[in-house]
Structure formats: C-alpha cells, structure tokens
Design a binder for this molecule. Structure first.
Ligand code: ATP
Ligand code: MG
Ligand code: MG
Ligand code: MG
Length: 431
C-alpha cells in the first residue's frame, strides 16, 4: 500500500529529495503543460506539479477539489509555493476521484447558513482545521490544569429529574413510561462527589433549550465544571484566573500558526495572566450608568452590558457579588450583606463576556431549605441535594466554564457556532 509509506505534508516541507505524500486536493490550476495541485492533509498544504505527457498528469486532470490521492515525487525549493517548496510528481500511487465539490472556500459562498448545511464537508476547510486544533489544545489544557492541581475527574448523569438553572430551558425526554430532563449542569452531582474526593471536575455536555439564536448560546455545549470542598469566593477567583491563564498560555505555546491563519491578533492574549480585574456588581452598575446605560441596582447584567464593561479593560473581569434575586437559589448569600450572593462571573475581554459562572454554595441545611422556599420551589424536589448538607457539610465553591465560549474568544470568532464541529441551536440539528 503506497499510502503507508507517505510522510506528512509538514514533514515533506522540511525534507528534500524523493518523498510520498497523501491527502486531498485543496486547489487546482491547469496550464497548458502543467497542472498545479495544492494538496492538503491534517498538517498543512504543499504544491504538487504534474507535467503533460506523464500518466500522473492524466490522473491529475481528472481530479476534482477534495479528491484524494497519494503521490511520489521530488521536492524542490520554490519560494512562490506555500511553505517554500513544491513536489514534482513522478507517480500517482493511489487516488479516489470525488464528485465536483460543492464548496468554494474563496468565493462569496461563505454564506454561513449554507456552510452550516454542509458542515460535514466544511470541517475540511483550513479555517475549521485551525479552530479544531485550537479546540483540541483548549480541552487538553483544561484537563491538565485540573489534574496537575489535585482534582479528580468524575462524571455526572445526563438524564436528570430536577432543574439546576431554572425550568425554562429544560429539555424533556421520554423515559420508559415516565420522563426525564437532559442535564443543564452537572453541578449538584459534583457537589455530592466533593464529600468523597474533595476537589472534582468534569468536562461534559450540558443541554439548554435556549429559545433564541445569539452569538454565544447553543442548545448543546461543553461544560467544564469543578467543585471544591473548603474553598471560599477568594479561593475560587484564584482558580478561575489560573485556569484561564493556563489555557491561554498553552494555546500561545502550541497554536500560533492556527491563530495567525484565523487572523486572530495574539497580542491581547499575551496579556492574560493573574490577577484579573475584580469588579463588584455595585461598581459595574456605576460604570454602566456613567456610560449612559439605563440600568438600576438589582437588574441583570446581560450580554450587551457585559460587552460594554469588558471593553473598558484589557484583561478578563471577575464580576462578583450579584444580587440574590438574579442568581440561582444555591448561591450562598454574603453573611455581611444578605441581599448579595458570594457569586462570580468571569467575563472574557474584547467584548466577549461571560465564560464562567460560579460561587460559594449554601452549605447550611436550614439556609438552603429556606432559600428554596423563598424562590418558590418545593424542597421535596431537591431532597438528595438537601441531604448532602445533613451529614457533615462544609463550606465549598464551584464553577462552570463554557468551553465552546472559551474557544470562541481565544480563536477570536464571531459566533459560538464557529467554535464547534457540529453546532446545535434552536434551528439547527443537522448534520
Ligand atoms: P448566559 O448568561 O450567557 O445565558 P448563564 O449565566 O446562563 O449564561 P451558567 O448557568 O452560569 O450560564 O453556566 C456556566 C457557563 O456555561 C457560562 O458562563 C457559559 O460559559 C456556559 N454556557 C451557559 N449557557 C450556554 C449555552 N447555551 N451555550 C454555550 N455555553 C453556555
Ligand atoms: Mg443562560
Ligand atoms: Mg449569565
Ligand atoms: Mg452564569
């Protein structure tokens, strides 16, 4: 099998003499006596040159974009070719002629709905390749951060019976002669696990029936969540800063080429290291009011307000101390100021906004039951969650990081859909 002896295109660009490469036709240009094919694999692109009168030329003539082939030839310096080298093809060792390819990466056909319809093909584009490699590095770095800092990886269930983040965005699923919901967050299950393992994390999908299409919401997203026994808000904010800074530093270390390919200016990322800005909800309201935003203490800070806030600063913001009524019931209230919670959101800079939501959890049984009632829920629906506080409770904190949003910001993407191979939203469940 000729393709077994092929080397990667990245390696071919570093070699000389005779080599075999394999991949897909990325570009094709036909002259009178020559055909130029830019071949693509997972590592890069290289220009192949076919000369008229050879059997290889006849094959090259018949290849459409994205047809696959294995070719052997001689590598020569060519400053005008991508990567500074081209291969003069001696033989085509294997090929598969594809139908005419329906996407033209250069053309104005970059209409986003069409590219979503053919997402299974669009994944081959150099843009998606770059995003997917950055995404790979981001997921790896999140795992590394947690594993190097003493967290155990755990898994919660995807089928659940009670809302974590409010009933409005629950997906209901038939379950034998009953029904269940798809999980919105693994938080409660992670909280149960801290009593066994103290510091735990998971990277899992979360599902939310988000009714509108925004640039940062999907109905299925990847959620990195952690819960830590004995941690207070201050400790949590340190973790947030370290985790985000670590991930960004890994991307800068491994994915410079991909950032460049996406036209992502790396300069704002170079700046990402602890400490981040810490701004209280009260201060945020003042800043927004000074900017002319009509907002009052107690109002939620939405995507538009987050954008305005982040544009004032050159690093992420840890926005803390949200009023009780705009945060979920499980957030612990500040004992010194009960109308606010010990909660924190991390807002990514450059207008991106919320990537992390977290805070101290209520650890006292009576306090939790009171708050569940105050929020109009029935403690019976949260029986096992309340139970956790009945047998040796401890102060603890945790957070959820939207990994797709993190990729979106780091890669400098317009839309969260661009950060995910097969995005799901209210209008899109195919392919
Ligand atoms: P938002 O205010 O943007 O709706 P949220 O406050 O509802 O987000 P949390 O419940 O705090 O989100 O979830 C933790 C993190 O999960 C968020 O900070 C975000 O990064 C991510 N996340 C939440 N909802 C979505 C979604 N629909 N699509 C993608 N990521 C999401
Ligand atoms: Mg939400
Ligand atoms: Mg929010
Ligand atoms: Mg949140």
């Amino acid at each position: 099998m000729a393709y077994k002896s092929a080397i990667s295109i990245a390696d071919a660009l570093r070699s000389s003499g005779r080599a075999t490469v394999r991949g897909w036709v990325y570009r094709k240009r036909e002259l009178k006596d020559k055909i130029f094919i830019v071949l693509r694999d997972s590592t890069g692109i290289i220009q192949l040159v076919f000369s008229r009168g050879t059997p290889a030329f006849d094959v090259a003539q018949r290849l459409n974009l994205e047809s696959s082939l294995v070719a052997t030839g001689i590598l020569k310096e060519e400053p005008r070719a991508p990567g500074g080298k081209e291969m003069h093809v001696e033989s085509v060792d294997w090929y598969y002629i594809g139908s005419p390819y329906p996407i033209n990466e250069d053309a104005a056909q970059a209409d986003s709905e069409y590219l979503l319809d053919v997402r299974h093909l669009w994944l081959r584009s150099r843009k998606m390749q770059a995003v997917l490699k950055i995404r790979h590095t981001v997921f790896g770095a999140v795992h590394e951060y947690f594993r190097r800092n003493g967290y155990y990886e755990v898994q919660g269930p995807m089928f659940i019976t009670a809302a974590v983040e409010g009933g409005a965005t629950l997906f209901k699923v038939p379950y034998f002669d009953d029904f269940v919901y798809l999980t919105q967050s693994s938080q409660f299950y992670l909280e149960a696990l801290i009593f066994s393992l103290e510091k735990v994390y998971t990277i899992a999908p979360s599902f939310r029936a988000e009714p509108s299409r925004t640039r940062r919401h999907l109905t299925e997203f990847w959620h990195a969540e952690a819960e830590m026994a004995w941690y207070h808000l201050e400790d949590l904010m340190r973790v947030n800063e370290e985790l985000i800074s670590y991930v960004v530093s890994k991307v800068l270390e491994e994915r410079r080429d991909e950032l460049k390919m996406l036209g992502r200016d790396a300069a704002p990322l170079e700046n990402i290291r602890p400490p981040f800005y810490r701004i209280s909800y009260d201060e945020a309201i003042e800043i927004l009011q000074k900017k002319g935003v009509k907002i009052n203490w107690g109002d939620d800070i939405g995507a538009d307000e987050e954008r305005i806030l982040t544009l004032q600063f050159d690093k992420p913001i840890q926005l803390y101390g949200f009023p009780e009524k705009i945060k979920a019931f499980y957030h612990r209230n500040d004992p010194k100021r009960p109308e606010v919670t010990l909660s924190v959101d991390v807002l990514a800079p450059e207008g991106y906004g919320e990537i992390i939501g977290g805070g101290e959890r209520i650890y006292d049984e009576g306090e939790l039951v009171d708050k569940i009632r105050r929020f109009g829920y029935d403690p019976k629906d949260y029986q096992w969650y309340i139970d956790l506080r009945r047998y040796g409770s401890v102060p603890h904190s945790g957070f959820g990081l939207g990994v797709d949003r993190l990729v979106m910001w780091i890669a400098g993407l317009e839309h969260i859909r661009d950060a995910v191979p097969f995005p799901r939203d209210i209008r899109r469940k195919y392919p």
